[in-house]
Design a protein around this ligand. Structure first.
Ligand SMILES: [Fe+2]
Length: 247
């Protein structure tokens, strides 16, 4: 009797809108700082499937010094992962793109026309967190010139952003889509990233939401955030386009 009284009193948190597609993660084993083994990848895939995703577009780092990946290393890793996922009863649709670090290597890859674009359309890029690259605008322009649309990975994580209103507006004027990490809203990347994620949310500037999963803890925190008030607000303030990438 007493137990049921407390049960009815407890405020049930409602789950926010379901994202069918995730477009940022590091789940191909051993090629970047994400999953390091096929077993770890399969467990992360299972966690993301349980969180409600149907399709993952996996985006290994391409960074000349640390992770010199190419379409070849990524696609061969993806094939192995797909085979193992199927064997283990995972029904997720798996594709790949890449997370490009804006450097000279990136320019060379663009010229070779070997770009791993998300859905054949969006080039996901990141840059130094500490200082804004001098040529960032030229690089963004070059993505458009090559026939793609630029998508900035986690704009809330760049510590060089001092005047969010002005700096984010400028990127938007340049045609940049913003992919915010869901875990930023839970403080996973620190206070500044959380504050900037909230700024982007309230300004209605978020285009895509990413898991950016590298390891298990991020799947757990993500799954909890789906029940948070701030997660509900994202969908009230922004037009989230993840599921346009379903086909
Ligand atoms: Fe990432």
């Amino acid at each position: 009797m007493i137990l049921s009284f407390f049960r009815t009193k407890k405020k049930e948190k409602k789950r926010g809108p379901k994202l069918r597609v995730d477009l940022h993660s590091h789940l191909i084993p051993g090629i970047d700082d994400g999953s390091q083994s096929i077993e770890e990848s399969l467990s992360l895939l299972q966690g993301l499937e349980a969180a409600g995703y149907e399709k993952l577009i996996i985006t290994p780092h391409i960074m000349s010094d640390s992770y010199p990946n190419s379409a070849k290393t990524i696609l061969s890793g993806l094939e192995t992962l797909k085979t193992e996922a199927k064997k283990n009863g995972i029904a997720l649709q798996l594709e790949s793109g890449a997370e490009y670090y804006l450097d000279e290597y990136f320019f060379n890859e663009m010229q070779k026309d070997e770009i791993m674009a998300i859905g054949g359309r969006y080039v996901l890029f990141e840059s130094s967190y500490i200082s804004k690259p001098l040529q960032i605008e030229e690089m963004i322009f070059a993505i458009g010139e090559a026939g793609y649309e630029p998508m900035m990975a986690h704009p809330e994580r760049y510590r060089y952003i001092k005047n969010p209103e002005k700096e984010y507006r400028r990127f938007k004027e340049l045609g940049v889509h913003f992919q915010v990490n869901i875990n930023s809203f839970g403080g996973h990347y620190g206070k500044q990233a959380e504050a900037l994620a909230n700024f982007l949310n309230e300004a209605g500037m978020i285009d895509f939401l990413g898991s950016d999963v590298h390891h298990k803890k991020q799947v757990d925190t993500l799954s909890e955030l789906f029940y948070s008030d701030v997660y509900h607000k994202i969908f009230e303030n922004n037009t989230i386009k993840n599921d346009t990438l379903l086909q």
